[in-house]
Design a protein around this ligand. Structure first.
Ligand SMILES: [Mg+2]
Length: 247
């Protein structure tokens, strides 16, 4: 499962559109990607600014400096919509096109080796022997599927990032939408969700999953407003958790 040996492997079981096993499975472990599988809390925010500038060029528009900050916001806000009205572009389309560019730039950086896997991802091999494992992320779906393929993470039976655009934004965690989609696709009704943010804990609860909170260097001192079922400091601890805390 190392990056060097599996980068070009075909992954017939990876991706939201692929056929999923049909028997009922009760033991499932779903994983967040950023900060859990892939090093770092998330994509470099600079990619969103790069994406905005490219989208401006593609649209052949020349926004006044006064709206650039609003157009650069990650979130789909009233401020963003107002800024789009100023420059006479459809906010929904512009937001989706900007996010498509963000996903493209994120993939370029991953391909260049900017971020790698955490070493303890190796522990997933033994977990996958006893449980169905899946990857469900707030990152863009094209980026998440790229990560799974690039790093040869073919042990995941289901891989899902959020859709580009406003609908994907509104369905992101802490909303449980994509976790529920995964459970439905996997024919699973119970299991665990391993994440590194409070929103992961909340989304897991909303989806009926046991939240497992993973503390790494980037979140070791975070105080949670939502209570996970268990906290771990490494994915190496997860197998023991599964045995001790049935889903
Ligand atoms: Mg995360």
């Amino acid at each position: 499962m190392t990056a060097s040996s599996n980068q070009n492997r075909q992954m017939p079981r990876t991706g939201a559109s692929h056929t999923i096993r049909t028997e009922t499975v009760t033991n499932a472990v779903l994983f967040d990607m950023d900060g859990v599988i892939l090093k770092g809390r998330g994509s470099d925010p600079d990619i969103h600014t790069e994406a905005l500038l490219e989208t401006i060029v593609d649209y052949e528009i020349d926004p006044p400096a006064s709206v650039l900050a609003a157009l650069d916001t990650y979130e789909y806000t009233d401020e963003f919509i107002d800024a789009c009205e100023v420059i006479d572009v459809d906010p929904v389309a512009f937001y989706a096109d900007r996010e498509a560019a963000s996903a493209k730039f994120a993939i370029e950086r991953l391909r260049a080796g900017e971020r790698g896997l955490y070493p303890d991802v190796e522990a997933l091999e033994s977990i996958a022997e006893t449980a169905t494992v899946a990857l469900v992320s707030n990152n863009y779906h094209p980026t998440v599927t790229f990560v799974a393929e690039h790093f040869g993470l073919d042990l995941f039976s289901f891989v899902r990032g959020r859709d580009l655009g406003v609908e994907g934004f509104t369905r992101r965690k802490p909303e449980p939408d994509y976790l529920l989609e995964a459970l439905d696709a996997l024919c699973v009704s119970a299991g665990y969700y391993v994440g590194d943010r409070e929103t992961d804990v909340i989304a897991a609860r909303r989806a009926g999953l046991k939240p497992v909170f993973l503390r790494r260097s980037h979140n070791e001192d975070v105080e949670l407003g939502a209570k996970p079922a268990v906290e771990i400091d490494s994915l190496d601890e997860l197998l023991a958790v599964l045995n001790a805390e049935p889903a």
